[in-house]
Structure formats: C-alpha cells, structure tokens
Write a protein that binds this ligand. Sequence first.
Ligand code: SAH
Length: 371
Amino acid sequence: MTPAELIAWLRETDGARLALLWQQADRVRQQSVGAAVHLRGLIEFSNHCVRQCAYCGLRAANRELVRYRMTADEILACAHQAVDYAYGTVVLQAGEDPGAGTEWVADLVRRIKRETPLAVTLSLGERAPEELAAWRAAGADRYLLRFETSNRQLYEQLHPPRPGRHSDRIALLRRLRQLGYEVGSGMMIGLPGQTYDDLARDLALCAELDLDMVGVGPYLVHPATPLADPARHPPAATGEQVPNDEQMTYKVLALLRLVCPRANIPATTALATLNRARGRELGLQRGANIIMPNLTPLKYRALYEIYPDKACVGETAEACRTCLDDRIHALGRQVGSGPGTSPNYARPATSESGAVRGTCDREGESPAEPG
Ligand code: SAH
C-alpha cells in the first residue's frame, strides 16, 4: 500500500467502507496466521525506571508512585501459574530498571526455561547489546521494544535519552534480529503532535522492519506526566492531529494486518481500557490474533501504572483465564496451544518469491481503495 492509500484509510469515516477494511483484515488474518488466539501471560515484574518518557506513568520523575520489584521466586510462581493455565508464553515486562541486572535476568530466564516449557519474551526497554546477547544465550526467545513513533523529532521530545547517551530503538531492533530473537515493536496511536502522515509512516516502518510481532495501542493520558499538559506538548494542527480513540486503533490494527500479514498482533490492554466490554473482541475480529492476560500479582498490579484505569487491574489471573476463554469461543475461534511462534519468524529464510528474510514483505492483499 502506498503512503497515500494508508493515509486515506486512516482518515476514512464511512462505516460501510470501514466494514470492508475489517473484513479484509479478518480474511488476511485467517489466511496468514489462522484461527487460533494465542495467550501470553504478562508479568510486570518491576516498575522502577531510570527514563523520563513524557507519556509514561513509570517515568523516574514520578515520585507519587510506590516502586516495587518482584523477587525471582515470585516471578517463577507466576510462570508456573502460566503453565497451569496452558499459556505457551510469559512476557517479562518492566520499566528500564538497572536493578534487574544482566546476570539476575539471565538466571531468571534460565530458571523459567529449565522448569517450564514456556517461550520467554522480554520487554525491558533499551538495554546494552551485551545484555541482549547474554539473555538470548540464556534462552530468551523474543524481545518487545516499541519504536513508539517514527517521527524522530517527536520521539526525541517524548523519549529523551539517558544523559550522555543516545536512544536508537531502530538500531536495537536490528541488533535483536541479528541475535536471533523473534522481534516485536510498535507504536502509540494519538500521541499529541502525531499527524496522519506520521502514523502512515509508522505503519510503513513496521513493514520495513519485517517485524515478527507488532503491538499498538491508543495513547492514554497519565495526569502525572508532562504529556498531560497541552501547554508543554501541544497537539498537531486541527485536521492533522491523530485522535487517540477506539476507531483509530481498529483502523491501525486492520492496516497492520495487511502490511505485516504474518506478524503476531495483540489486541492490547490499552484498547480494552477504551472499551472494556468489546475492545478485545473487536480487535480480534479486525486483525489481531494475540491476547496478553495479566499474571502480575494483584498487590503489584495497580502500581504498574503506565496509564490510569487500566482494564482488568482488579481481576485475578484465574478470572482472566476463564473470561478470555469464554470470549474467544464466542467469536468462533479457539485458544492456541504451544508457544505460538510468529509465522513471520518461523518461515524459511528465503520465501517462495525469492525475497530474503529481513526485506520488506508486502504480500498481503490490497484492500479496496478508500473513498
Ligand atoms: N520499559 C519498557 C516497557 C514500557 S511499557 C520499554 O520502554 O519498552 C510498554 C509500552 O506501553 C510502551 O512501549 C508504550 O508504547 C506503552 N505506554 C507507555 N505509556 C503509555 C500511555 N500513557 N498510554 C498508552 N501506552 C503507553
């Protein structure tokens, strides 16, 4: 799809035309990744963070937040719970926390791999290449690192580097690929200052990076962050600013499925936060094939407040499990078994068309032209 086509779809408001987009995304999802919905048990093990991201409630300057770091034994107990619920993967996520050191994380990964059959996904922010290599050697399978926005200027405003360092998430994503990780990235939708052109470029970047997993969600305002203040971070011009709403999130999910047909794409908690009753289901019907139920112990969960009023913050892991099973079956889909490796990662290094892995892959169907 050309940038102009992507922008036209992002601006589309006609219900009948959008219904075509949802259908096309659902069809490509079925053809490329099948009917299974894979569940990833999310363990938010530390909310310590050294960064100052303007959008995130975990930012170091937020002194109102009580900080926690789970012990390795607590994390292992959650991983065993994931096995009991027949999840195939655990996602270990945290703020950028030097307290979760190289060896500590490597030991944790080794223990999970030794004691369980789970795939392990890490989402620990921008860490040193040597650490990423050590964790891969310890057995970590996947790494999630969103590029957040492809607009470099906006990125620098919202995501300042650590003093004296340089923040280049795209370079780290390439490094992760070289190390053999299944690589995930993505962006937020509706960041103040983000234009339709920016969002179309975000989508094109996801295709260009040949991502195995793509996570997107609406930007949700956290009052204790600088981005909540429009005087400091004004929106783009009227008509250019992307809204951070539910409809825009579905459009992005559907377009992602078309530009990255074989990627694993979750219906995220941020989407469920905008529509608790139906957000995840509608996401699954408009391109997504993954859900990430929360396994973080309840006593910590409310403290992992990247944004307020997160969906399911009071549900036990067991309640989540039952609720999700019912919702997935009601859609006529089934819960996936096994690790749920991304078909984009699993495919041979050279595709039928002769394209070498790592190059842009746009074999998904083009939907009808937007009106
Ligand atoms: N420290 C890790 C994990 C961050 S939380 C890292 O930096 O990669 C995971 C994701 O939550 C972020 O990548 C960001 O895209 C999203 N996020 C953070 N603050 C948010 C907000 N206010 N609204 C919506 N999503 C947010």
